[in-house]
Ligand binder design. Structure first.
Ligand SMILES: Nc1nc2c(ncn2[C@@H]2O[C@H](COP(=O)(O)OP(=O)(O)O)[C@@H](O)[C@H]2O)c(=O)[nH]1
Ligand SMILES: [Mg+2]
Ligand SMILES: [Zn+2]
Ligand SMILES: [Zn+2]
Length: 417
């Protein structure tokens, strides 16, 4: 199994977290920071009507690939103008000034590839789950928790990869949730998002050991509709991302499980959404279709963290015997804090065993069997908000619980060096 993983990692050196294209480093483009290189490039090609890399008024160098990636027409004023001359081969030498270049670009979308990013491997983690499970709130809170607490706990620094990520995170998540203290609105389908569908990309720089390690995290906040069927997944181009992921966090909303709904006493039950088994099996089918090397009998070799969201609602005291059946017991492992700063394997194993049993009872054996189709999997319980909001406001504030567990597992489990 380990050999197969190695083979897979070497055959596809890098997956771009922005456009999900897969390439090896001998295919990268680069950018020169020389002050006059774009100007010289423009003078050289001004008269050349065939040159694709000049703006419609022939005054500026444009980034053709990035414009196309953004869904715009490079022959119009919507083209991305670049102040850094782009070299479209992997020589890492500027064809204008002859100096070496240091900024590597994805050959497909021209987003920058940070130094060392490819060595950390394809560490793109995706968060999936049907509509209403709590993906957006989870992503919002997880990013904040990793940045402010978890990274330093593990001697690491967690930084946005681009200004776009900083801006999108602040506007779409941080401001409503942490400043205005209101719930996030439902996410729009991927295809309707246009430019805003750029993922939130972060680098986790881990110090210590002999060498610094860089992991790339791409958080793609999909709308539940995108995941409803294989067709919608394919349509939204999420299939490339899902099958190239280094880890999948699959969220399960306990309040959408019939067994739980019938027994729990809370004020605001969400509507029932897509079936969790069906959504996960569509994801499996997509992976199997994309990854042709996988034989039907092989287990899927992408680690899967199945995470029960909104676990705050399962930690209250039972009001009657029926409710007692679906709440976490007073002795539940979920209540035992993990040890900080280390990979607390024992704590995760206890939670894993307990929650597998819990989901067998509440979601059914079918679901457990689909999860077993993944070679490595682990069950978790998380809560982004730490309480159950009534209405739109978050008067009780945000008190996250265990949101980072799945990520700590994905980064530390056996088989990751
Ligand atoms: N009790 C509780 N409710 C939550 C939590 N996170 C989200 N919710 C509720 O679930 C709803 C849907 O969450 P959202 O993140 O928009 O789901 P998405 O469709 O998967 O992105 C929110 O409006 C909240 O009411 C949580 O941690 N605890
Ligand atoms: Mg959402
Ligand atoms: Zn140059
Ligand atoms: Zn790209």
């Amino acid at each position: 199994m380990a050999a197969r993983r190695k083979e897979r990692e070497s055959e596809n050196a890098y997956v771009c977290p922005y456009c999900f294209s897969r390439f090896t480093m001998d295919k990268v483009h680069s950018a020169c920071t020389g002050m006059f290189c774009t100007r010289n490039f423009v003078s050289k090609h001004e008269k050349d009507k065939e040159c694709l890399y000049l703006s419609s008024d022939r005054q500026d160098e444009i980034d053709y690939e990035n414009t196309v990636f953004r869904g715009k027409d490079p022959r119009t004023a919507q083209a991305t103008v670049t102040k850094r001359h782009i070299i479209r081969d992997s020589s890492m030498v500027c064809d204008m000034c002859g100096r070496p270049t240091y900024i590597r670009l994805c050959p497909t979308c021209h987003h920058e590839i940070q130094a060392g990013a490819e060595e950390g491997g394809n560490r793109i983690f995706v968060i999936l789950g049907p509509k209403g499970v709590g993906k957006s709130h989870y992503i919002a809170v997880l990013i904040n928790q990793i940045r402010t607490y978890v990274a330093s706990e593990f001697n690491a620094v967690f930084n946005p990869a681009s200004d776009m990520t900083t801006l999108y995170y602040r506007e779409r998540y941080k401001k409503p949730l942490y400043d205005d203290k209101v719930k996030l609105p439902p996410t729009e389908p991927y295809d309707d998002l246009g430019e805003a569908r750029e993922p939130l990309v972060y680098y986790l720089n881990v110090y210590g050991g002999e060498k610094r390690k860089v992991y790339t995290f791409a958080f793609i906040d999909t709308a539940g509709e995108d995941l409803a069927t294989e067709e919608t997944i394919g349509h939204s181009n999420l299939n490339a991302l899902i099958s190239g992921a280094a880890g999948i966090v699959y969220l399960v909303d306990p309040l959408q499980l019939k067994y739980v709904r019938d027994r729990i006493h809370i004020d605001n039950l969400p509507p029932i959404g897509a079936d969790i088994s069906e959504t996960l099996s569509s994801i499996c089918n997509i992976i199997r279709k994309q990854r042709t090397g996988l034989r039907p009998k092989d287990l899927i070799d992408i680690p899967l963290a199945v995470s029960i969201t909104k676990c705050d609602v399962l930690l209250k005291s039972p009001e009657d015997d029926e409710e007692d059946k679906i709440l976490f017991s007073p002795g539940s492992a979920v209540r035992i804090p993990r040890e900080n700063g280390v990979y607390d394997e024992e704590n995760f194993e206890q939670i894993d065993a307990e929650l597998e049993e819990y989901l067998r009872r509440t979601a059914g054996e079918d679901f457990i069997q689909i999860v077993n189709g993944f070679e490595e999997h682990c069950y978790f319980a998380v809560s982004a908000l730490g309480n159950n909001p009534t209405g739109n406001g978050l008067q009780r504030g945000i008190m996250p619980m265990r949101v980072e567990d799945p990520f700590i597992w994905l980064l530390n489990r056996k088989g990751m060096e």
